[in-house]
Design a protein around this ligand. Structure first.
Ligand code: GDP
Ligand code: MN
Length: 396
């Protein structure tokens, strides 16, 4: 589950990580009251207004603006609230901004050199450890840094059973070129950031930029946080932070009925039991000249109801030109699945695309008969290659 910047910062603050402080509003009428509260809290009336959407690159798209007094602030807020913000990470027509964060401007006026760093924490899938990825080149696209100057990105593996060791935090602060007080502050920042990552059960923290102010404070200016869905049951308070407006509606519906569905850009919908078989099936679709339109693992129970729901979700995507069903019958019996497919075709009267069904395993022969004898545009296949050929055929 992805969070908004202001929610991510709340997690950081709960664990003592210094952030750019602010308040969130969804209407320009709240500016007066809340900005006074903010002035009291921070002692500054120089603000930055930041659009809260689930996408980065907001600065470039005009979603991050400065204001130096209350009149400016109201104007900036009313310009950003309600805008369709277009950034390199949003859909082409942008995302509607329905909340803004008003934060203290932490880039002090007259600052001669700006020190922005990049720090993220994520899982290193090769080593099975957590990993801190960091760079002196903060504030810009990390993808660009990775492409042009990959040697400016550093990695530090953290053994999850040991946690971050003091020497590791010091090494990071050293590699970031810090000395004196800033060095100490960075060591503290990294240590608390790591603890915050672990105790919130996150799968990604990306803090870009981390700022060093001229008086040597280290703080998080931005926060991109992804929580691990599998651990959400331990964080009931975060559960209510889900912003459905920011999520793909089909994925939301799938989650509600317990289907594992990820929307993709291709033209062949697929329905598979088991994540491994789903991956292999997506490869198969590519080999036959199609592109997978989704990843869908129906799990262990592929009964008629579930098959019907899965078809309904797949068919919401107008790009789908064919559907491939690839089910391995172990405990689940293939004839039951086949009957489920036929029932689903009966119940859904808008299936206008051909369906290729490969059922292997328990009772696969009876299943093939059911498929071959039905009145719908459903074709059976026994082997992988046969399924691939049939997809190729229906796409052309
Ligand atoms: P992103 O563009 O979506 O990654 O949003 P960020 O929160 O990273 O903000 C974009 C950029 O705005 C940052 O890289 C900073 O350079 C700038 N910025 C953010 N907060 C402030 C601030 O308080 N004062 C000033 N002057 N610039 C800021
Ligand atoms: Mn950023």
């Amino acid at each position: 589950m992805n969070l908004h910047e202001y929610q991510g910062k709340k997690i950081l603050e709960q664990h003592g990580v210094r952030t750019q402080r602010g308040v969130v509003i969804d209407s320009v009428y709240q500016v007066d009251d809340l900005s006074k509260e903010l002035i009291d809290k921070t002692g500054t009336s120089w603000f930055v207004v930041k659009a809260q959407i689930h996408a980065g690159g907001r600065g470039k798209g005009g979603g991050v603006k400065l204001a130096k007094n209350l009149t400016d602030l109201k104007e900036v807020v009313s310009n950003i609230l309600g805008m369709k913000l277009i950034t390199p990470q949003t859909p082409k027509d942008g995302k509607l901004v329905s909340k803004v964060l008003i934060a203290e401007d932490v880039y002090y006026p007259g600052e001669s050199e700006i020190n922005e760093f990049y720090i993220s924490i994520l899982l290193n899938r090769k080593t099975g450890n957590n990993m801190i990825m960091y760079s002196t080149e903060g504030g810009v696209d990390i993808e660009t840094v990775a492409e042009n100057t990959p040697d400016l990105i550093f990695y530090e593996d953290i053994d999850p059973s040991l946690g971050i060791q003091p020497f590791q935090a010091r090494k990071i602060a050293f590699n970031l070129g810090l000395t004196g007080l800033a060095f100490k502050e960075m060591v503290k920042f990294i240590t608390l950031l790591y603890k915050s990552y672990v105790s919130s059960d996150s799968s990604l923290f990306e803090i870009n930029p981390v700022l060093k102010t001229s008086d040597n404070k280290i703080l998080a200016v931005d926060a991109k946080v992804t929580l691990d869905d599998n651990a959400l049951f331990r964080h009931k308070d975060y559960l209510s932070w889900r912003d459905l407006k920011e999520e793909n509606p089909v994925e939301t519906e799938a989650r509600e009925v317990g289907l594992n569905y990820v929307d993709l850009n291709g033209n062949v919908g697929c329905m598979v039991n088991g994540a491994g078989l789903a991956m292999a099936t997506m490869d198969l679709i590519k080999q036959s000249g199609g592109e997978p339109a989704n990843f869908l693992d129906v799990g262990g129970t592929a009964d008629a109801k579930r098959v019907e729901t899965a078809f309904r979700l797949i068919l919401k995507d107008p790009n789908v030109k064919a559907i491939l069903v690839n089910i391995f019958g172990g405990i689940v019996r293939c004839d039951r699945v086949a009957q489920g497919i036929v029932d689903a075709c009966n119940n859904l009267d808008n299936i206008s695309v051909p369906i290729i069904v490969r059922l292997q395993g328990t009772n696969s022969e009876q299943a093939k008969k059911i498929i071959d004898n039905c009145d719908f545009e459903v074709y059976s296949a026994t082997e992988f290659q046969e399924a691939a050929d049939k997809i190729q055929y229906v796409l052309n």
